[in-house]
Design a protein around this ligand. Structure first.
Ligand code: RFL
Ligand code: PHB
Length: 394
């Protein structure tokens, strides 16, 4: 049987933050899109991922009409704490670079996007299988897929946006190209706990046992991470062992500071990887977010980079499909990759400065770097500028 064929201006593969934000920005420009997603809407909504938004991401979401709940429930932070044995230093980004960051989880961003797109009458299809991209270098690219009821579909479009994360099919529809990759010899053990955060702002801790991070989701929910061996089974650590190790690495008892434990509601182990694919476009296919690049989470950049890509891609696609003007579309890959490489470098730098790699020489270099970043205005400003996020043009 021949597939059910339909048509739209932009076919968006993937309903994560990149795909839904793109659909939202295109709708604001009067461009129609259809979003295709393999998972269910509930599954995507429940995924626990990033927690920090840069100022530029907050500005963009607010300008796009997605900032109402963020303005009330997002927690503005002036900076972060950097810690190493016997010392905890606050880096005040507002003082250093006039920008701040916001604690507002990816689950919340995702919820706001779903609500806004539902209100806007977005066409989307969840729980599809067999997604395949066709003729992306022609003027009539298309996506074929099987719907949950088993029917075969062909969606024709003027352009395709590959927002399907690191395992989706879009990246491999770009012929040739180059990938750069680094796998780190450690992983993060992340927990979510029903307990008030023991800190007002995030603590990034260097410790001889390995890195630890105290983050948060709200006044009553904490998010914490421990550096562990890749392949660690989260169930092999008891809750007591997790809290004891966090207390040690985060400096419980140091200058009277205490880590308050609480019921753990989620445990997971995340691999640490850097990955960049170039070019990010080919013909009428454009990649955005994790489909084109992955950063280790230490710099809190993954979600922010996805938002930055889409901020460039939406006007480029609008010009392309409305008037055939390819100028922004042709510039997209190169413009996006400038920021991608800056964030890739910053994420690699934060990661290698804070994690134990088993080499005593590295440990001494890391401590020297941490002392410099926490005592020199120039060192602190460099970290602050990158962490709080460079303006979108850079
Ligand atoms: P997403 O969020 O992965 O969304 C891609 C969507 O595409 C769908 N998909 C397909 N759809 C149709 N057909 C196919 N064949 C498809 N294949 C896949 C997927 O189901 C999914 O819904 O990518 P996007 O939109 O680019 O957003 C990027 C961010 O999600 C990502 O950068 C961050 O979450 C990265 N990340 C973290 N970043 C941080 O800054 N801090 C963190 O603490 C943090 N934790 C994480 C993370 C990423 C994780 N993943 C990807 C393993 C924790 C995890 C577990
Ligand atoms: C988080 O809250 O999940 C989080 C915060 C900062 C990071 C990574 C993860 O660098």
């Amino acid at each position: 049987m021949s597939p059910v064929t339909s048509r739209t201006q932009v076919a968006i593969v993937g309903a994560g933050p990149a795909g839904l934000l793109l659909a939202h920005l295109l709708a604001a420009e009067g461009v129609e899109s259809v979003v295709l997603e393999t998972r269910s809407q509930e599954y995507v909504a429940a995924r626990i991922r990033a927690g920090i938004l840069e100022q530029s991401s907050v500005d963009l979401l607010s300008e796009a009409g997605l900032g109402a709940r963020l303005a009330h429930e997002g927690d503005r932070h002036r900076g972060i704490y950097l810690q190493f044995p016997h010392e905890r230093h606050h880096l005040d980004f507002v003082e250093l670079v006039g920008r701040s960051v916001y604690v507002y989880g990816q689950t919340e961003v995702q919820k706001d996007l779903v609500d806004a797109r539902a209100a806007g009458g977005q066409e989307w299809v969840y729980e599809i299988t067999d997604t395949a991209l066709h003729e992306v270098d022609s003027d009539r690219p298309s996506v074929t897929y099987r719907a949950a009821d088993g029917t075969e579909h062909r969606l024709e479009a003027d352009a395709i946006a590959g927002c399907d994360g690191s395992f989706g099919p879009s990246r491999s529809a770009i012929p040739g190209g180059t990938t750069w990759e680094r796998t780190y010899p450690y992983a993060w053990f992340g927990i979510l706990a029903d307990v008030a955060p023991s800190t007002d702002e995030l603590v990034y801790a260097w410790h001889p046992h390995g890195f630890a991070l105290h983050s948060m989701r709200s006044d009553t929910v904490s998010r914490l991470y421990l550096q562990v061996e890749p392949g660690t089974d989260p169930d092999s650590w008891s809750d007591d062992r997790i809290w004891d190790e966090l207390a040690t690495r985060l400096g419980h008892g140091q200058d009277g500071w205490e880590l308050k434990p609480g019921p753990i509601t989620d445990k997971s182990v995340l691999p640490m990887r850097s990955y960049v694919h170039a070019p990010m476009s080919h013909g009428r296919l454009f990649l955005a977010g994790d489909a084109a690049h992955i950063v280790p989470p230490t710099g809190a950049k993954g979600l922010n980079l996805a938002i930055a890509d889409v901020a460039l891609l939406a006007p480029a696609l609008a010009a392309l499909v409305r008037s055939g003007d390819r100028r922004l579309a042709d510039a997209y890959s190169q413009s996006a990759l400038r920021r991608v490489w800056r964030c890739t470098h910053f994420s690699w730098w934060m990661t290698t400065m804070l994690h134990q790699d088993g080499d005593p020489f590295s440990a001494q270099l890391q401590l020297s770097q941490l002392r410099w970043v926490t005592s020199s205005q120039a060192g602190a400003t460099g970290l602050a500028e990158n962490y709080a996020g460079l303006p979108f043009e850079v």
